[in-house]
Write a protein that binds this ligand. Sequence first.
Ligand SMILES: N[C@@H](CCC(=O)N[C@@H](CS)C(=O)NCC(=O)O)C(=O)O
Length: 205
Amino acid sequence: MPEPRQLVLFHIPQSRSITILWLLEELGQPYRIRQLDIARNEQRGAEYRQVNPAGKVPAVIDGDQVLTERGAIAVHLADRYAMGRLAPPIDDPRRGDYLRWMFYAIGVMEPLLAFAMLKIEPDAPPGALAWGEWETMIETLTAAVSKSPWLLGDQFTAADVMIASFLGWGMAVEVIPRTGPLGDYVGRATQRPSWKRTLAADGKR
Ligand SMILES: N[C@@H](CCC(=O)N[C@@H](CS)C(=O)NCC(=O)O)C(=O)O
């Protein structure tokens, strides 16, 4: 019998890799955590850089494949292990929206949230910045979560894991208020049993 594929998450507790930890909990697939010690800068060491030369978590080993970058990891895991459940199939008309939100988190929310958290205002005209303006992001997300429980309607998908965890990060660092449609949406997402399991697994060796 062929060996089952091994899923390993390289993780630092209370870091950006929690998004992928949450997705793994939604998948319901067995996985192992390889926790890196940020106090010893293990993520920057030669051994881990063979997995991710960027020296950043998360990284995922899925059998003989090595995946880095949250967007890529999330698309891969949802397609491989939860197609039709956490990812709309390739021909599904919702697929475009799904991919849009997966990459909106990375391409728009990540830089805007980081700048807001660090209180940095890039000295550049708004049109020169790929992620656009903060107010536009908030309006876009508020509209997206106001019309249905989840981004794609009644079905919770990996795009909700991405967007809700990025919003949750913004709320934790107090740059996004916990009130209104965004707060309600994050509240709904974090009511899921998978989120409770994620918090329990975060930090476990
Ligand atoms: N582009 C990466 C960035 C991930 C990232 O920022 N990881 C942080 C976790 S908070 C990290 O590993 N920081 C440790 C370091 O840079 O030394 C992704 O989206 O997966």
